[in-house]
Design a binder for this molecule. Sequence first.
Ligand SMILES: N[C@@H](CCC[C@H](N)C(=O)O)C(=O)O
Length: 246
Amino acid sequence: MTYTKYSASGNDFVIFHSFIEKDYSSDALKLCNRTEGIGADGLVVLVPSNEADFKWLFYNSDGSYAAMCGNATRAVSHYALNNDLVNSNEMKFLTGAGIIKSSVEKDIVETQLTVPKIIKEEFKQDGFNWYLVDTGVPHLVTIVEDLDLYNHELSSKMRYEHNANVNFAKIENGIIKVRTYERGVESETLACGTGMAACFLRAHNLGLVKDSVFVYPKSGEELTLSLRNGTIYFKGAVKKVFTTTI
Ligand SMILES: N[C@@H](CCC[C@H](N)C(=O)O)C(=O)O
């Protein structure tokens, strides 16, 4: 079997394609293992679809299924084009959260994320103001003055209480810096696309940022999030790390 490892702003994935649609959660556990496997935050398997160019099956590194992953939407678009699964640099594919449209220009990929749904308006817990939104998967967002306030124990507690990923965001001169605890990885990751989108939405709703903004996750890589006619556009570089046959 041939696997490709991608990094999308530090969020890393193992990707392969198959004609067989089945449960790949045990493969995710093995392949994402950083000691005995390839090592990644998630596994994405691309399978045929009647509705779109292809369909994806996404798993976190602990083998849990997730409906959406913003960074993986960019990585799989690049993978699909480079593996001739599509015949144009513009494509659409089916995820657990709906159809995603994307376009690829060399290593820069822009995707249109799913329509966000607010789950819970602002509430206070453990000394922070939170907001819970679904940007494909659920995300808690708190806006802080200092990103060092990111707290692993608190994030882990909030993650289980709300069954959500947890984001700390800082707005600085019109840009957003984000740290995310991801469920299914059960730690902070170097970047989380749907998490950055959730922080952008929160900041935009509060009037703290413009319609298009640079966002920097923990990896420090620059991404752009924009809101155009109610759609969230997510743009940034992806990197094919290696391909291996096992
Ligand atoms: N890293 C992703 C989100 C992946 C799913 C998440 N861990 C969950 O289970 O909700 C992103 O870039 O959006």
